[in-house]
Design a protein around this ligand. Structure first.
Ligand code: 5GP
Length: 188
């Protein structure tokens, strides 16, 4: 997606060979015009999948997921990284944070997904696929089915795509980074 690639090149910061910072339009400040275009792109790609719910993980997946949810006219659920005392019937799983390099517990309220739900998972980044695996676990604990994976920025030099594709899912990434070297991005 050209608009997104331009935003990454012009407004992103390469922290090191593995980590990209996009706080100015996605991870801290949100560029709503860009998010709207991102939402439309996901909606167009997954339009034949009869998606009933979109699932993401707080907090950085929420913006692209909500704009996609608006376009597809389906609810958006964000999985939580800590359990609020108000949860009635939570499901839990263990997750691993790529950026924080530590484990955490991910949870959601069981009632928001059921066996009739066809779920599109959306996230800001795909690195090694651990966030997806944890989300898939919770979605399956609720009896629902994953029908697609939408990623805003994929780092194709890490193993996430292969891991998710091996499970048979359609992974649609809007920007695919082959490498980050010498402060430059090489696109796939
Ligand atoms: P994975 O679980 O696929 O290894 O990593 C994906 C998650 O880690 C995403 O939800 C994202 O929040 C975070 N992440 C992975 N790589 C990057 C990166 O280069 N920059 C930022 N800002 N977050 C990342």
């Amino acid at each position: 997606m050209k608009l997104l690639q331009e935003a990454i090149e012009q407004r992103g910061t390469i922290i090191n060979d593995d980590i990209l910072k996009v706080d100015s339009f996605l991870n801290h400040q949100i560029d709503c015009r860009l998010m709207k275009a991102i939402g439309q792109e996901f909606a167009a790609h997954f339009q034949d999948q009869n998606v009933t719910k979109i699932v993401t993980i707080e907090s950085s997946g929420i913006a692209p997921a909500v704009f996609a949810g608006d376009c597809m006219d389906v609810p958006v659920i964000f999985m939580k990284k800590s359990e609020p005392s108000t949860m009635l019937d939570p499901v839990y799983t263990e997750a691993f944070s790529f950026t924080k390099n530590r484990k955490y517990t991910l949870c959601m309220e069981r009632q928001f997904l059921s066996k009739n739900d066809r779920v599109l998972f959306i996230d800001d980044f795909l690195a090694n696929g651990q966030a997806f695996l944890s989300a898939e676990d919770l979605i399956q604990q609720c009896g629902a089915h994953v029908v697609g994976v939408g990623i805003v920025i994929e780092k194709s030099f890490q193993k996430g795509r292969a891991l998710i594709e091996e499970k048979g899912y359609d992974v649609y990434s809007l920007a695919r980074i082959q490498a980050m070297k010498d402060n430059k991005i090489l696109w796939k």
